[in-house]
Design a binder for this molecule. Structure first.
Ligand SMILES: Cc1ncc(COP(=O)(O)O)c(C=O)c1O
Length: 495
């Protein structure tokens, strides 16, 4: 019998509608192409416009026993090993909003990894939940945060007996995954559900050389940002509740609905259906090809003076349980340049663009279906850039003395005195940073890297926080979330 995973019911349903010349007396107004700007039509192609259809079409969403979207979501649940899965068209951001709304009701306490994605604290602004933070392990030399260590989580849970849910991130942006089985054990022993933001690991569990998915390691709910590391279109993601979890699936279902558009993009939904099929049916073989290409890339990196591949030597460090081979993290300090300068040179000289550059590193993201030849080309670009930039640094043409970013403030540092919701939605005013000590923040501000928020809505502003902002500004770090990026002013709760 044909494996049901090799079908893509939603993709097939809208492709069929798009190709049969139906009378399109419905939105969108481009009517499958004729009403679209010719430039757009030429750029994205008529097929994409033909498949851009609304919800509620007869034969797609109406007049069928089980809609193709529900069948597609059930196939995703089966492929990932979930009890139930939801397709999201506003990214993993939508998933975090839905999870906080469903699991962190007004006045409830939840334990949250301090450097969780902004959408978790934004979700608490929506829901009215109160966070108690657990810090991730931190690499001082590289300025990179890793994952939450089970013993730290246990200590925070012991001090927060009212908490019933824990939100952690695994893997990190840099591909480091947490000891999810141990985190789940700790959370469950303290009567809490474990939510894992696995946005960076939609491919986890689909090849023996990539880490296992948190869904199969005891997590209760898991978010996968399918567009990041798998084959779906930007802004699409999947939220899963694990088999055997006692989370209230209907509460999550309701929450997913209130944070979604009434007109979700059929293209995004179809791309999720296709990405799931590709991972389920061909994932292992495609990832195998990526691994082959990666081996060549690593050889080129190892032969490059000044470049060090991080990953192997991270193993064993606190907060590093496993490492995703699809994240290639280079320590570029040996070239004499910062990661920013190296990343810019790579783009300018070879048209190769990294995912991220930091003070000390450059991060390259591999996909599940890389062609070895393409990665060989990237390897050559990395090598040549390293040689040329080292020569330029030696000749004084690149400023090797760019100030390094001050040591990031360790979180949690500030006391949460009112719920993020009250701080964010209540009356607020912008005041000079120099007058902010003692006031309650109405905004979130994180220096990048490492992206650990130094201040969140509802927290009291301390002298150490103000000092930290000053050193970040001096070092030229990027500040995420600040309403006034120069930080001459800061938005605080009024009164
Ligand atoms: C850990 C984590 N969670 C959630 C998100 C939000 O994902 P999306 O961009 O799909 O909304 C991100 C985005 O970078 C992220 O890094």
């Amino acid at each position: 019998m044909r494996d049901p995973q090799s079908s893509a019911p939603y993709l097939d349903a809208i492709a069929a509608y798009g190709s049969r010349g139906s009378g399109r007396m419905h939105v969108p107004g481009h009517k499958g192409g004729p009403g679209a700007d010719p430039g757009l039509r030429a750029a994205i192609g008529e097929r994409a416009l033909l498949m851009d259809v609304p919800q509620g079409l007869y034969g797609v969403d109406l007049g069928v026993d089980i809609t193709p979207q529900l069948r597609a979501e059930a196939l995703a649940a089966e492929a990932y090993g979930a009890q139930q899965s939801w397709f999201l068209t506003n990214g993993a951001t939508q998933g975090n909003h839905a999870l906080t709304l469903a699991l962190a009701p007004p006045g409830s306490t939840v334990v949250v990894q301090r450097n969780s994605h902004a959408s978790v604290v934004d979700g608490l602004v929506l829901s009215g939940g109160l966070p108690s933070f657990v810090a991730p392990a931190y690499d001082d030399a590289l300025g990179i945060a890793h994952t939450v260590v089970p013993e730290h989580l246990d200590a925070v849970l012991q001090a927060t007996p009212a908490a019933r849910v824990v939100f952690v991130v695994s893997p990190t942006y840099f591909g480091v995954s947490a000891d999810v089985p141990a985190l789940a054990q700790v959370a469950h022993a303290r009567g809490c559900a474990l939510v894992v933001d696995q946005s960076w690991g939609p491919h986890f569990g689909f090849h023996p050389d990539v880490p296992e998915s948190a869904l199969r390691q005891g997590a209760d709910a898991v978010l996968t940002s399918t567009h990041k590391m798998a084959g779906s279109l930007t802004q699409s993601a999947i939220l899963h509740v694990a088999d055997g979890s006692r989370l209230d699936v209907s509460a999550i279902d309701r929450a997913v609905r209130i944070v979604r558009s009434t007109s979700p993009s059929s293209l995004l939904l179809a791309s999720l259906d296709g990405a799931r099929r590709q991972l389920a049916v061909h994932g292992e073989a495609l990832l195998e090809r990526t691994m082959r290409g990666r081996a060549g890339l690593i050889e080129a990196i190892e032969a490059s003076e000044g470049l060090v591949l991080l990953g192997p030597q991270l193993r064993g460090a606190e907060g590093v349980h496993d490492v995703d081979p699809l994240k290639v993290v280079l320590d570029v300090r040996g070239t004499g340049a910062t990661g920013y300068a190296y990343g810019q040179a790579l783009g300018a000289w070879h048209d190769v663009h990294p995912e991220l550059a930091t003070d000390t590193t450059v991060l390259l993201v591999l996909g599940p279906a890389e062609r070895p030849d393409d990665l060989a080309m990237v390897g050559i670009a990395l090598q040549r850039t390293a040689t040329r930039i080292a020569a330029d640094v030696a000749a004084g043409e690149v400023d090797a003395d760019t100030p390094r970013i001050a040591e990031p403030l360790r979180a949690p540092t500030s006391e949460t005195v009112i719920p993020p919701r009250d701080a964010f939605l209540g009356p607020a005013e912008a005041i000079p940073l120099s007058e902010a000590v003692g006031r309650i923040s109405a905004e979130s501000i994180a220096g990048y890297p490492p992206g650990i928020p130094a201040l969140l809505p509802g927290e009291r502003i301390t002298p150490a926080v103000v000092e930290h902002f000053r050193s970040l500004l001096e070092a030229g770090a990027r500040l995420h979330g600040a309403q006034d990026p120069s930080l001459e002013t800061i938005t605080v709760v009024k009164g």
